[in-house]
Design a protein around this ligand. Structure first.
Ligand code: ATP
Length: 251
């Protein structure tokens, strides 16, 4: 589904990604680990076209992803969540999720007047889709609640719900369990496993919580100073001396 080849991104004198390459197969869940500043979020920003690459290529479902404009990313079936939640705090949970659902619709691409009747019909469909996602993630009880004031663990699920409402084929999760307690981490992992199976989702997850990575990912890629230092099954990468030296440390 995704072939990243020799990807390089520089910011002035800093090389945030230095010739990174890996592939992700349809339906796979890949964990992206590494110390702070290793280039993980930069990779997501590159895949979602927020940042341009200085060198390398990315093929997504056979297309040259780096030639796609940023606004086309959701339409191509790629959605992401953010390390610092990007929710609209005064809007209800449902409206936040509807924002995700709308990015999949026609709105914004055509004259509103021309499409108004279609959009009205679509709006009902989008609300149904949003409500389905809310139910799936156990958020129905807080659907009409403003995002502000909800517990952090709930907001993390709303962030996931919004990304899922865009009906992605490739989901990019940026530190989805950061700040959650152990029970919430276990619940998030279980939800994600079930959703992946149901929706045939392909997932790349950036996460420092190794228990979560070990329990959910099929494969792990480790970055350090913008370079890939290891790749393989989670148990193998966890034992890799280079990964222990650069990131995990000795227990
Ligand atoms: P963390 O685990 O802390 O989120 P990360 O692995 O996601 O770290 P990145 O945020 O991708 O790391 O940062 C990689 C390097 O690129 C860092 O040195 C960072 O300071 C730099 N960097 C990232 N974005 C920018 C930017 N917009 N402008 C300048 N430098 C940047």
């Amino acid at each position: 589904m995704l072939e990243v080849h020799d990807l390089t991104v520089r910011f002035g004198g800093i090389t945030a990604l230095d010739g990174v390459g890996f592939t992700v197969a349809q339906g796979e869940m890949v964990g992206l680990i590494g110390p702070n500043g290793a280039g993980k979020t930069t990779l997501f920003n590159c895949l979602t076209r927020r940042y341009d690459a200085d060198a390398g290529s990315v093929a997504y479902e056979g297309r040259n992803l780096l030639a796609a404009p940023p606004h086309a990313i959701t339409r191509l079936g790629i959605a992401r969540t953010f390390q610092n939640l990007g929710l609209f705090s005064r809007m209800s949970v449902r409206d936040n999720v509807l924002v995700g659902a709308h990015t999949h619709g026609r709105a914004g691409f055509w004259s509103a007047a021309l499409w108004l009747p279609v959009l009205r019909g679509e709006e009902a469909g989008l609300r149904r889709a949003a409500d389905e996602v809310l139910e799936r993630l156990g958020l129905t009880a807080v659907a009409d609640h403003p995002a502000a004031g909800l517990p952090f663990g709930t907001l993390k699920r709303v962030e996931l719900a919004r990304a899922l409402a865009a009906r992605p084929r490739l989901l990019l999760l940026d530190e989805p369990v950061n700040g959650l307690n152990q029970a919430e981490v276990a619940e998030f992992a279980a939800t994600l496993r079930a959703i992946r199976a149901d929706l045939d989702l392909t997932v790349i997850v950036v996460e420092h919580h190794m228990g979560f990575v070990m329990g959910t990912c099929d494969r792990v890629v480790c970055l350090d100073f913008g370079r890939k230092i290891a790749e393989g099954p989670p148990e193998e990468v966890q034992r890799d001396p280079a990964v222990i030296e650069a990131y995990l440390g000795t227990p």
